[in-house]
Design a binder for this molecule. Structure first.
Ligand code: FAD
Length: 561
């Protein structure tokens, strides 16, 4: 039990951006008498980290717009003592003090607290690449990083930049640099962009990058950098070399847990600060929030590091609530995220198929490729939606979507569905806003629900693209698209009988083989399967059709193999 406090309590907050500023503002709303001090080692508080690439791009031209709150405004409105350029060096939990040092004059002092909130964020991982300590090699985390990158672009006008890492910061920086007229080589060590997503859902991003002349190199890592008169020479794992005037390292982040670790606070198995649902650390007077903490994955239940702005903001508020005796609880993290890649967006919520399989969890999946809104209304774009669900009860486990329009709303609906514990049967019933410019009478969400529920009700069995490489001679691929569509490409080994001729040509189809039925996106294949199964054929529909099959082909510069 913590001792009662008989004086106006003093809350000290380490880090004044997403989680820290939220905790401070909430604390003030709950108490007019508390002393609240923020220590921020940078020059700014409450800046929009997520907007940094867009200022570099020039999309947000006014730098000041990124400063959501200034220290002065925070003092005036919330009566919060904001000490910027002041680093917290150490915590003494027994004495309830922190040791801080001014970055301006080096002065150190000890400051006591009643409650401490740690929101120090995460630090960019810098892989140990020889030559990566060169000033033209940068990471992006804060305003100073942004200013430095922008200054290099403005002053040196590099012809080419190398971006290392294909996560959202790497992709946003790639787009920003292209927008600034810089050619980009994007190096991704693994086989796909956006490592948290399933590979086939990232395939459209590859094409989008190529369309914008990005030199995309999957499966390629940066080995060494050497200085050149005009910049740097990069040596890559495939033996090639690239000259560049700027290198951005976007190879992930790790929690800033050093202060907590040195203070003896419990650290979780993934390296983040351990907290309970109240965001309390192993010391009852110390809370921790944001990118620095380990959370519980909403679907999988395992400890996870999921560094996102929404969770950081909510956790800051919850920590403040609990300091003032309110019983607020943080209920796990779903990993709902979205990233703009030129004219496409990719979004995800819940678990990916690969994460579910890694955890040994049973899952089924469907793909649909509907239009973002009614196809007859101008401006509709195709989107690809993958839904993962529990084959036993239909509970939704995860979703990913990619396309030019309407990705955010579909992912947000599915994020809510996961939170609400909904099943695919609930998705069939959802009544969503519809008029032709915005959606369809059967929204893509409903369509995904129908497709998944059809499987669980036994109306159709599914085949998946990744199973087609190992077909036996007991199986036969039947493509039910039109011959004209088939001239554009077919799954090797398929025979073609268009859907509209199927009833008349049933005698051409062998009855001793299981049919794997495919069409363009899976809908006509489903209709064909309904016909075939009622005529006694064994058949499975290829989920997502030829389009999904193409997305699962290994990516090559020449297009799908
Ligand atoms: P931060 O906001 O990073 O704040 C931590 C602060 O603590 C820093 O300012 C740091 O200087 C300070 N600090 C650390 N140690 C000390 C110390 N010892 N003493 C004093 N101060 C200290 N998330 C999304 O959900 N969507 C997005 O689109 C998105 N885009 C992003 C784009 C970029 C370029 C970046 C960098 C991040 C993006 N994020 C995005 C992630 C999001 O910004 C973070 O999840 C969020 O800011 C985490 O909040 P935080 O309070 O934990 O850490």
């Amino acid at each position: 039990m913590t001792q009662p406090i008989n004086h106006p309590i003093h809350i000290v907050i380490v880090g004044g951006v997403a989680g820290g500023a939220s905790a401070a503002a909430r604390a003030r709303r709950l108490s007019e008498t508390a002393r609240i001090t923020i220590f921020e080692r940078g020059e700014h508080i409450s800046f929009a980290n997520c907007g940094l690439p867009y200022h570099i791009a020039g999309t947000i031209s006014d730098r000041g717009k990124l400063l959501v709150q200034t220290p002065e405004a925070m003092r005036r409105r919330f009566g919060i003592d904001v000490r910027t350029q002041t680093e917290v060096l150490a915590i003494d939990p027994a004495a309830r003090t922190v040791r801080v040092r001014s970055r301006v004059d080096g002065a150190e002092q000890s400051v006591s607290y009643d409650y401490l909130v740690l929101s120090p964020g995460a630090e960019p991982v810098r892989p140990p690449i020889p030559g990566a300590d060169h000033p033209l090699v940068r990471t992006l985390r804060n305003m100073a990083d942004m200013d430095a990158i922008k200054a290099i672009i403005d002053e040196h006008r590099p012809e080419r930049a190398i971006v290392v890492g294909g996560g959202y910061i790497g992709l946003e920086m790639t787009e920003a640099l292209v927008q600034r007229g810089v050619s980009v080589s994007l190096l991704v060590r693994g086989p796909q962009l956006m490592g948290h997503a399933d590979p086939e859902m990232t395939e459209p991003l590859n094409a989008e990058l190529l369309r914008h002349r990005v030199d995309l190199r999957l499966g390629t890592s940066l080995q060494q950098l050497t200085p050149e008169p005009q910049g740097l020479r990069a040596f890559l794992s495939d033996g090639s070399e690239i000259k560049a005037g700027l290198v951005i390292l976007a190879t992930g982040v790790r929690p800033e847990a050093t202060l907590a670790r040195e203070a003896g606070l419990a650290i979780g198995e993934r390296g983040g600060i351990s907290v309970d649902e109240a965001m309390r650390t192993s010391d009852p007077r110390i809370f921790a929030v944001g990118d620095a903490v380990e959370v519980i994955d909403y679907v999988g239940g395992q400890p996870a590091l999921i560094p996102l702005a929404g969770p950081a903001n909510r956790q800051g508020r919850i920590a403040a609530d609990n300091i003032f005796g309110r019983d607020s609880r943080y209920d796990r993290t779903q990993g709902t995220a979205i990233c703009k890649v030129f004219d496409l967006a990719i979004g995800m919520t819940g678990q990916s198929e690969k994460a579910l399989r890694r955890a040994g969890r049973a899952c089924e999946k469907i793909y649909v490729h509907p239009a973002s809104h009614a196809g007859y209304y101008p401006g509709a774009h195709p989107l690809s939606l993958k839904l993962l669900f529990d084959p036993a009860d239909g509970r939704i486990l995860g979703a990913q979507a990619v396309g030019a329009d309407g990705i955010d709303k579909r992912i947000d609906v599915l994020a809510v569905a996961i939170r609400a514990g909904m099943t695919v049967f609930d998705l069939e019933e959802l009544e969503l806003a519809y008029a032709p410019p915005y959606g369809s009478a059967r929204d893509p969400i409903n369509q995904a629900g129908f497709a998944a529920a059809n499987v669980l009700r036994g109306d159709v069995s599914l085949a998946h693209a990744d199973q087609l490489d190992t077909l036996s001679d007991q199986e036969l691929l039947l493509d039910v698209r039109s011959p004209a569509e088939c001239t554009g490409g077919m799954i090797p080994g398929s025979i073609n009988i268009p859907l509209d001729q199927l009833r008349d040509r049933l005698e051409e189809i062998p009855r001793d083989r299981e049919l794997i039925v495919s069409c363009q996106v899976g809908l006509r294949g489903y209709l064909a399967c309904r016909i075939l199964s009622q005529h006694g054929f064994a058949c499975r529909n290829l989920s997502g059709g030829y389009k999904t099959w193409l997305q699962t082909r290994p990516f090559t510069l020449a297009g799908p193999a």
